[in-house]
Design a binder for this molecule. Structure first.
Ligand SMILES: Cc1cc2nc3c(=O)[nH]c(=O)nc-3n(C[C@H](O)[C@H](O)[C@H](O)COP(=O)(O)OP(=O)(O)OC[C@H]3O[C@@H](n4cnc5c(N)ncnc54)[C@H](O)[C@@H]3O)c2cc1C
Length: 433
């Protein structure tokens, strides 16, 4: 049987290969980097294996949970029970287990109007939580009601600069003025649902299990998906030995949308849809110290607007000497092209203004996610419909990735499973589209 060619060995690509293998269908993964895992990779540096992007999962995620069980991975570490947000120059605690407005200290920091707005927004998110996702369709109602304005224009400034900025930085490495409420509501509907955990030993264990037995060609960069008569005909590959063209009739793209746009000629309406989807770059610094940098019950800090640090947290609850500094948001984007040392020192200085650093650095690793995190688009359901219709017009092409079903690892796995379904039952899907 001809293999399915998968472009990209991140969570979505590895997931697609795994779901194909479960049906006895072989695949070849083309991966430009020398490692797999993409934006959720674990990178080796000396004796450390750093998680340089996605690492936390929720026990409420069915696909991720099923794969952990299949792989026999059962040792986990709890994630932070909450955050501290810098508001009006002080650290305000936000506990995940409390309804946000039930937290009196937080309610007093965001004021009556903010607390009321937050309560009603969360109530709406909670009441529809089960059906709120990009597959079920209910999100379209939310988009119609809310997406005419960005988040910052809907809510009180205290709320925007505090808890809502926390969500927008985590969800999209973006400011509230750059994201739309439907994405916020999706996030809020899952907030506090299940428990957030990390894999003991690192997310690399999950990827190792997913990648086992798969054919992965590292250093193989796909430049073009060639089409003939409206169908996939081949791939143009740039490899260490040069550029070559191979025949391929079935391809799953599992690269970010901004990369796919450069590889294939989609119909005009799908190109317009693709250009609406935003990705916001960031850098993640993993740094270890000879003593704790977090203390006094603080494990995770969200910084104020204008700061180059979006967020910083202890790598694990019991690892206060290992900090993950995330340089994200508008101010960070201005400095992302500075040298690594500059970024590390600037991150430390910003952090130290909130929590004095009393330990010496032992190691630092900088990962630049120039593609960053997907911030979706307003009225995303229509955008997605146009994208999928455009892809369906090309026989043998399917898409998976963080820009379709939510930008968590669970969303990537869901998109991979759906891409495999569509690829195998293409005729039906194409008629429906
Ligand atoms: C800092 C950070 C923290 C995050 N935290 C979490 C978290 O805690 N939990 C969570 O669930 N999610 C988290 N996320 C989101 C999650 O990591 C991503 O949504 C997910 O990893 C995206 O996977 P993907 O397979 O869609 O894309 P990618 O991971 O980007 O994979 C695409 C792959 O394609 C390769 N590639 C690109 N171009 C080409 C080409 N031309 N030819 C061949 N290969 C190519 C890339 O090298 C890459 O390996 C985080 C993301 C970031 C950046």
């Amino acid at each position: 049987m001809d293999p399915v060619h998968i472009i990209g060995a991140g969570v979505a690509g590895l997931g697609a290969a795994h779901y194909l293998a479960a049906r006895g269908i072989p695949s070849i993964l083309h991966e430009t980097a020398d490692h797999y895992g993409g934006r959720a990779a674990a990178i080796r540096q000396g004796s450390h294996r750093f998680e340089v992007g996605g690492k936390n999962f929720s026990t409420a995620w069915p696909r991720f949970g099923a794969l952990l069980a299949e792989f026999g991975i059962s040792e986990f570490e709890p994630q932070h029970p909450g955050f501290h947000i810098v508001m009006a120059d002080r650290l305000v605690a936000l506990e995940k287990s409390k309804t946000l407005t039930g937290d009196l200290r937080l309610a007093s920091a965001i004021g009556l109007r903010g607390a009321f707005q937050l309560r009603s927004f969360l109530a709406q998110a909670r009441s529809k939580a089960e059906a709120l996702n990009y597959t079920a369709g209910l999100i379209e109602e939310v988009e119609a009601e809310w997406d005419h304005m960005t988040i910052d224009r809907h809510f009180a400034p205290t709320l925007v600069d505090g808890p809502l900025r926390l969500f927008s930085i985590i969800m999209g490495a973006a400011e509230p003025s750059e994201l739309y409420p439907s994405l916020l509501m999706l996030f809020a509907s899952g907030f506090g649902k299940g428990q957030h955990r990390a894999v003991r030993g690192g997310i690399g264990r999950f990827h190792d299990a997913l990648a086992a037995g798969k054919t992965i060609r590292h250093g193989s960069t796909v430049r073009r998906i060639h089409l003939a008569g409206g169908a996939v005909a081949g791939l143009e590959l740039a490899e260490p030995g040069g550029t070559r063209r191979i025949a391929a009739s079935r391809v799953i793209s599992a690269v970010p949308l901004h990369v796919l746009r450069q590889m294939v000629d989609l119909p005009a309406y799908a190109r317009v849809a693709a250009s609406a989807v935003r990705y916001h770059p960031l850098a993640l610094v993993n740094a270890t110290y000879d003593g704790p940098v977090f203390r006094d019950g603080v494990h995770s800090i969200m910084f104020e607007p204008g700061s180059i640090l979006g967020h910083c947290s202890a790598n694990r609850l019991d690892q206060p000497h290992h900090a993950r500094f995330t340089l994200s948001g508008k101010a960070a984007r201005e400095v992302l092209d500075r040298p690594d040392d500059w970024l590390v020192e600037a991150a430390e200085q910003t952090f130290a203004r909130r929590m004095p650093l009393r330990a010496a650095r032992q190691s630092a690793h900088v990962a630049r996610h120039t593609g960053g995190i997907c911030g979706y688009a307003p009225y995303f359901t229509k955008v997605k419909r146009d994208l999928l219709r455009g892809v369906a017009s090309i026989e043998g092409l399917e898409i998976a990735g963080d820009y379709l079903e939510g930008h968590t690892m669970e969303g990537c796995l869901t998109s991979a499973a759906l891409a495999v379904e569509r690829l195998l039952h293409g005729g039906q899907w194409r008629q429906a589209a």
